[in-house]
Ligand binder design. Structure first.
Ligand code: G3I
Length: 368
């Protein structure tokens, strides 16, 4: 009798232990791809105790959510502010985590003095100085750079940014050329949202081919992945993994989150410049997520990770845009002050149903 009961007791104890100490994303997918998170200032400074526990346990890649953007790292023409970036690099080294630096060239979050530049020569000189100084400082210290972020319109044409208008449409190639020179030991990526969509994807492919044709190095492309849990464009994503990897570069999902709140517009965008006013009916779950929505999200995450695993030889990193739901940008965009639930860990850093569904794609016994 005892012989029969013992294995049952052992299994129960093991199950209880694995419940108390949930599986680790980075361990589960260690042979498939890196698992990253975007982190904010409090997390870099280790003032967020939940993140301080989750980051080393769950992630092996980090992206600074804001602190390496030009507005913060290069606040005046002749003044750089490397304090937080240096802290991030030290923290990541201490924890054995790779850093994807974000980003060198982006039309948004530019410092005021750059937005006021009126002549092309001055902008060209800022552009070269910024890339060379920042990329050189972290060469060999960060693993990779998002060299150019969001240079495309939804129809695949080039976005009419200050860089396009004043430097011409070769500015992307030039950014990669300068980054390659300043950071020869660092991987160089192009990063954008909605580039899984056919028209924008075609624009991204043309841009990548142009960089390659110029003999300039580009190592990968980041599909941001700000999708809605109820409507993840699986077919477009699969076609994009194939099309981008056919260019001989890594494919990454660099800013993954699956929002569950209503969208004030018909289309999907991650354009931080577009916002809408607060209305109570646009914030339907302030006190908690209904079971059915939780399941929709868990199923969507599982479908995505099954796809990522199918292409694990081509997909090199999956980064979530935040550590847990409390810090997600989607609580404040496109409408300020909402309660969104886009990530795998809840507001207290506890694993959600979506966490277990993701783990379950690798280990069928984990379930959810
Ligand atoms: O730093 C100020 C702070 O001093 C002030 O108290 C606070 C008050 O609102 O604002 C702070 O700045 C905010 C900053 O995030 C840090 O929290 C900015 O207003 C806010 O616009 C900024 O938003 C960031 C946004 O990029 C614009 O840079 C989001 O956190 C960040 O998640 C988001 O990330 C982008 C990626 O870089 C590119 N792809 C899309 C993605 C989501 O928009």
């Amino acid at each position: 009798m005892l012989q029969r009961i013992l294995p049952v007791i052992a299994c129960t104890v093991l199950a209880a232990q694995s419940f108390a100490q949930p599986a680790s994303l980075k361990t589960t997918f260690r042979n498939d791809f890196l698992i990253g998170a975007a982190i904010n200032t409090r997390q870099i400074e280790e003032r967020d105790t939940t993140a301080a526990r989750l980051i080393p346990a769950q992630f092996n890649a980090l992206t600074p959510e804001n602190i390496m953007k030009a507005e913060i790292i290069h606040p005046q023409w002749d003044q750089y502010n490397f304090d937080l970036s240096d802290k991030l690099v030290d923290y990541a080294r201490k924890q054995g985590i790779k850093v994807n630096a974000h980003n060198l060239i982006w039309h948004s979050q530019l410092p005021g003095y750059v937005r006021r530049i009126k002549d092309a020569d001055s902008l060209r000189s800022w552009f070269a100085g910024h890339i060379s100084t920042v990329a050189a400082r972290y060469d060999g210290k960060v693993y990779s750079w998002d060299v150019v972020n969001e240079a495309l319109n939804e129809d695949g044409t080039m976005r009419s940014s200050v860089f396009l208008k004043m430097l011409g449409d070769d500015f992307v190639v030039e950014a990669f050329r300068l980054a390659q020179k300043a950071a020869p030991h660092t991987k160089l990526y192009y990063n954008d949202y909605n580039i899984e969509q056919p028209k924008k994807r075609a624009g991204a492919i043309a841009l990548i081919k142009k960089i390659q044709a110029a003999g300039v190095r580009i190592d990968g492309v980041g599909i941001q992945g700000h999708w809605r849990a109820a409507n993840v464009p699986m077919k477009d994503i699969e076609e994009s993994i194939r099309a981008f990897s056919a260019l001989g570069i890594e494919v990454m999902f660099t800013e993954l989150d699956l929002g569950v709140l209503p969208n004030p517009w018909d289309n999907t965008t991650a354009d931080v410049g577009r916002t809408a006013a607060y209305k109570a009916d646009m914030n339907p779950y302030p006190g908690g997520l209904p079971d059915s929505v939780e399941r929709t999200q868990a199923d969507a995450y599982a479908a995505l990770f099954r796809l990522f695993l199918k292409y694990s030889g081509k997909v090199s990193r999956i980064t979530f845009w935040g550590v847990d739901d409390s810090g997600s940008w989607l609580n404040d965009w496109p409408i300020r002050g909402r309660t969104n639930y886009p990530l795998l860990f809840d507001r207290h850093g506890q694993p959600k149903r979506s966490f277990f569904s993701v783990i379950g794609t690798k280990n069928a016994t984990a379930g959810y």
